[in-house]
Design a protein around this ligand. Structure first.
Ligand code: ADP
Ligand code: ASP
Ligand code: MG
Length: 400
C-alpha cells in the first residue's frame, strides 16, 4: 500500500462533469489499495473571476482582503469533490488550510509555507477517509488567510506530500506531462518521460508554468517523487528524477518562455548607488531578473535590468524619488519584452550552443537585447512580438 498525494488543477475540476470524473479517479486509486490525499485548485477561471471583481472595486486592492477573496475558489471545489465522492458511497472530507494547520509567513499573495501539521490528515487516513485539501491557501501566525501565489496549489500538494512522507506526489493537469516547450506555443514540442530535478527547477523558474516554482523547490527539499500527468488520459506522464545525469542525448532538454517583462536602461556615476537602489527594490519586494553593467564613459556606468510588468509602476516611482531622481540618470524603459531560455544539463559541455542560438535568431532578424548564461541555461531577451518565432526556431534547431 502506498500513500499518494494527487493534485488536480483548475481545468481538471473545471466543470461538474470533470469533478465527477476526478471523484471516480480518486476512488479507483483508493480501491487499488492506496491511501489518498487530494489537493485541489479552484475551478478554472474562478480565481480570475474573483480577481476581476476585486479590481472593479480597487485597481490595487488590499492585499489581505484579496487573499480572503481569492481563497474562496478552492473552498468551493474541495466541497464539490467531497460531495461527489460521498455520493458514490465512499468516505471523504474537505479540509481548509486552518483545519490542517498550513502555516505560512504573512506575505499576502506570495506567502511561503512554513509548517504543516500532519495530525488531522493522518487521522483521516487511519479512518480510510479521502482527505481533500484546499490548495493555494494558508494562515499566517495571526490567523490571517494567505495565498501562495498564482499556481500555488502545486506547492500545497508537494508540501503536504513532503510532511506525510508520501510515496509519490502526482500533479494532474491539462497536458500529459512536461514537454520540451509549452505545447501551446510550439506544435512540435515532445513530451519527456523523465526530466532531472535541476532542469525542472530551471524550467519552472524561467517560466514553464506546468509546475509552480516553489513546488519544485519543495520536492527537492523532501526528495519526493514528483510526477506530472494528464487528468484526461491515463498514462505515465513525466517523472522528475533526482538522478542528475542527462536524460536526453541533446545539449538542450527544454525551452521556457516568459512574457510581461519591462527592460530599463540607465546610467550611474556613483558606484554605491546601485546597491542602494537594489536594496530599495528588495524592500518593495521587487525582483530584478536580468542585470547587466557596462562602461558608458570614463566614470559613468551603464546598467540594464528587467522586472515583471506588475512591478513597473513601483520601479518608476522609486526612480523618480530621492535620492535616485538625482543619482540615476538617462532612464529609458521598454514594455512588452519577453525571455526565451534554453535549459539542459548538456549546455555546460557544449559551448557551441550559445553561438548556434544567436545564429538561428539572427536568421530570423532577432537580435537579443540582453543575454545571460549559467551552467545549464541560456536566456535571451527579445520583444514579445518576436517570442513565437524565437521559441519555435530554437526548438527546431535544438530539439527536433
Ligand atoms: P493547472 O491549472 O492544472 O495547474 P497550468 O495551466 O498551471 O495547469 O499548467 C499547465 C500548462 O502549462 C499547460 O497547459 C501548458 O500550456 C503550460 N506549459 C508551459 N510550459 C510547459 C511545458 N514545458 N510542458 C508542459 N506544459 C507547459
Ligand atoms: N486557483 C489558484 C490560481 O488560479 C491556484 C492554483 O490554481 O494553483 O492561481
Ligand atoms: Mg498550475
Amino acid at each position: 500500500m502506498a500513500l499518494i498525494v494527487q493534485k488536480f488543477g483548475g481545468t481538471s475540476v473545471g466543470s461538474i462533469e470533470r469533478i465527477e470524473a476526478v471523484a471516480e479517479h480518486v476512488i479507483k486509486t483508493q480501491q487499488q489499495g492506496h491511501q489518498v490525499v487530494v489537493v485541489v485548485s479552484a475551478m478554472s477561471g474562478e480565481t480570475n473571476r474573483l480577481l476581476n471583481l476585486a479590481k472593479q472595486i480597487d485597481e490595487v486592492p488590499s492585499a489581505r482582503e484579496l487573499d480572503v477573496l481569492l481563497s474562496t475558489g478552492e473552498q468551493a471545489s474541495i466541497a464539490l469533490l467531497a460531495m461527489a465522492i460521498i455520493k458514490r458511497g465512499h468516505s471523504a472530507v474537505s479540509l481548509l488550510a486552518d483545519q490542517i494547520t498550513i502555516k505560512t509567513d504573512n506575505m499576502f499573495g506570495r506567502a511561503r509555507v512554513e509548517h504543516i501539521d500532519t495530525q488531522r490528515l493522518k487521522q483521516e487516513l487511519e479512518h480510510n477517509r479521502i482527505a481533500i485539501v484546499a490548495g493555494f491557501q494558508g494562515r499566517d501566525s495571526e490567523g490571517n488567510i494567505t495565498t501562495l501565489g498564482r499556481g500555488g496549489t502545486d506547492t500545497t500538494a508537494v508540501e503536504v506530500a513532503g510532511v506525510l512522507h508520501a510515496d509519490e506526489c502526482q500533479i494532474y493537469t491539462d497536458v500529459d506531462g512536461v514537454y520540451t516547450a509549452d505545447p501551446r506555443m510550439v506544435n512540435d514540442a515532445r513530451r519527456l518521460s523523465k526530466i532531472s530535478f535541476s532542469e525542472m527547477l530551471e524550467l519552472a523558474s524561467l517560466g514553464a508554468k506546468v509546475l509552480h516554482l516553489r513546488s519544485v523547490e519543495a520536492a527537492g527539499r523532501y526528495q519526493i517523487p514528483l510526477r506530472v500527468l494528464s487528468s484526461f488520459k491515463p498514462d505515465q506522464g513525466t517523472l522528475i528524477s533526482y538522478k542528475e545525469q542527462c536524460m536526453v542525448d541533446s545539449a538542450v532538454t527544454g525551452i521556457a518562455t516568459n512574457k510581461d517583462i519591462v527592460l530599463y536602461q540607465c546610467s550611474i556615476s556613483e558606484p554605491a548607488t546601485l546597491s542602494q537602489f537594489l536594496s530599495a527594490l528588495a524592500k518593495l519586494q521587487v525582483e530584478v531578473d536580468m542585470l547587466h553593467q557596462w562602461c558608458r564613459q570614463a566614470d559613468i556606468l551603464g546598467y540594464a535590468f528587467t522586472v515583471h510588468r506588475n512591478d513597473h509602476l513601483a520601479v518608476l516611482a522609486l526612480l523618480q524619488s530621492e535620492p535616485f531622481a538625482h543619482t540615476i540618470n538617462d532612464v529609458v524603459f521598454e514594455l512588452n519584452q519577453a525571455k526565451v531560455s534554453l535549459v539542459g544539463m548538456g549546455i555546460k559541455s557544449h559551448p557551441e550552443v550559445l553561438a548556434s542560438a544567436l545564429t538561428v535568431l539572427a536568421d530570423q532578424d532577432i537580435y537579443p537585447k540582453l543575454m545571460s548564461t549559467a551552467e545549464i541555461k541560456a536566456s535571451f531577451l527579445v520583444s514579445e512580438t518576436q517570442l513565437h518565432g524565437a521559441v519555435n526556431q530554437l526548438h527546431v534547431t535544438f530539439l527536433r
